[in-house]
Design a protein around this ligand. Structure first.
Ligand code: HEC
Ligand code: HEC
Length: 303
């Protein structure tokens, strides 16, 4: 049952791309975490990877990284630690000949001075307060995503939202900026999400470059303000059963519209950013949210 469902799910995710060539496949399924010669993202830079590790090993690893890591393979465990324990998603339906084609592609791209997979160019000048605030509004659903995708807060939370608590289907994103390893990595991740829930949600409704930058700016700001990541699922969400995720997603799909209107919208509407850049106060009868929920969220105009 579970096996059949997984197959079903993964065929859905990958069938279209299977037919296309390795470069297209790489762009859609690998480039969100890997560059070739552009530095580390969430996963290692793959330039010359077949000189670090032999091809036979890589061909076993790529379709099922978790099995190799769980099996205690020392190299797999080491690269997982370097990835701050983020585990590369498994793709059980990846055909051996496509794996070989991907390895050929990585080898030939590694020989170029400038691979087509060096990744996004994203400056390191500080994000502006306007970008941070746009990111907050997108996160809350106060400003709609131009592709029409669901607001992040329906499934995610971050620290400092005061009375607003986000959904719990997805991991707490307070420290995701650090976990995925910084600005370029997070922006690349959002550019083409490939994980079980995020891919079907946003593959057909991609974020614009502006939205990616704004969301990255917001999540960088959240991470900088720090605090505890409250989600127990944060580090091991890849281990959540696929069946559970699918059921949750189906439930979510069914419940989304009503829930947004009934619960989210009044909260969201009550939460416009104040003109001086403070995070909105959220009225909660029993405690003094005026000071506690706003003080955290002053956008620092001096950065
Ligand atoms: C969600 C992020 C993510 C995606 C998508 C992803 N990887 Fe990875 N990859 C990782 C991480 C993280 C590691 C390090 C091992 C670990 O923690 O699982 C890794 C490791 C690797 C390695 C070994 C690297 C080394 O230095 O030895 C190869 C090869 C690789 N990935 C290829 C691919 C290919 C090919 C794809 C697309 C089919 C892909 N990856 C998709 C995150 C990802
Ligand atoms: C329908 C629920 C849902 C919505 C809406 C959603 N996400 Fe997610 N998100 C998830 C789930 C579940 C995961 C865990 C990985 C997976 O299953 O895809 C996740 C994972 C992530 C991750 C990786 C987290 C990590 O710790 O590695 C990021 C980043 C992320 N989402 C950002 C966003 C942003 C930004 C938005 C809004 C634009 C958003 N998500 C909207 C459910 C959602």
């Amino acid at each position: 049952m579970r096996f059949a469902l997984s197959i079903f799910l993964f065929i859905g995710l990958t069938a279209a791309s299977q037919a296309q060539d390795a470069a297209t496949y790489f762009r859609q399924n690998c480039a969100s975490c890997h560059t070739i010669g552009g530095g580390r993202l969430t996963g290692p830079d793959l330039k010359n990877v077949s000189q670090r590790q032999d091809r036979g090993w890589l061909a076993r690893f790529i379709p099922n990284p978790k099995a190799m890591i769980d099996g205690g393979d020392p190299y797999a465990v080491k690269i997982k630690q370097e990835a701050r324990d983020v585990i590369m998603p498994s793709i059980p339906t990846l055909k051996p000949d496509l794996v070989q084609a991907l390895l050929d592609l990585i080898e030939s791209e590694s020989k170029l001075d400038q691979s087509q997979f060096v990744g996004l160019t994203i400056g390191d000048e500080p994000f502006t307060p306007a970008q941070i605030s746009q990111g907050l509004n997108l996160f809350l659903g106060k400003v709609r995503l131009s592709g029409g995708g669901a607001a992040c807060i329906s499934c995610h939370t971050v620290n400092g939202l005061g009375g607003l608590s986000g959904g719990r289907l997805g991991p707490d994103l307070t420290l995701v900026y650090e976990r995925l390893q910084g600005r370029k990595a997070l922006a690349s991740w959002l550019n083409a999400p490939v994980t079980t829930t995020m891919q079907p949600l946003f593959a057909a409704k991609p974020f614009t470059q502006d939205e990616i930058l704004a969301l990255t700016a917001f999540l960088e700001d959240v991470a900088r303000k720090g605090g505890q990541d409250t989600s127990p699922a944060a580090l091991n969400f890849f281990l959540i059963g696929l069946v559970g995720t699918m059921l949750a997603l189906a439930l979510f799909e069914a419940a989304w519209k009503g829930r947004f209107r009934a619960v989210r919208r009044p909260q969201v509407e009550a939460s416009a950013l104040t003109p001086d850049g403070h995070y909105p106060k959220v009225s909660k009868p029993s405690h003094n949210s005026k000071t506690s929920s706003t003080s955290n969220w002053k956008i620092d105009e001096t950065r």
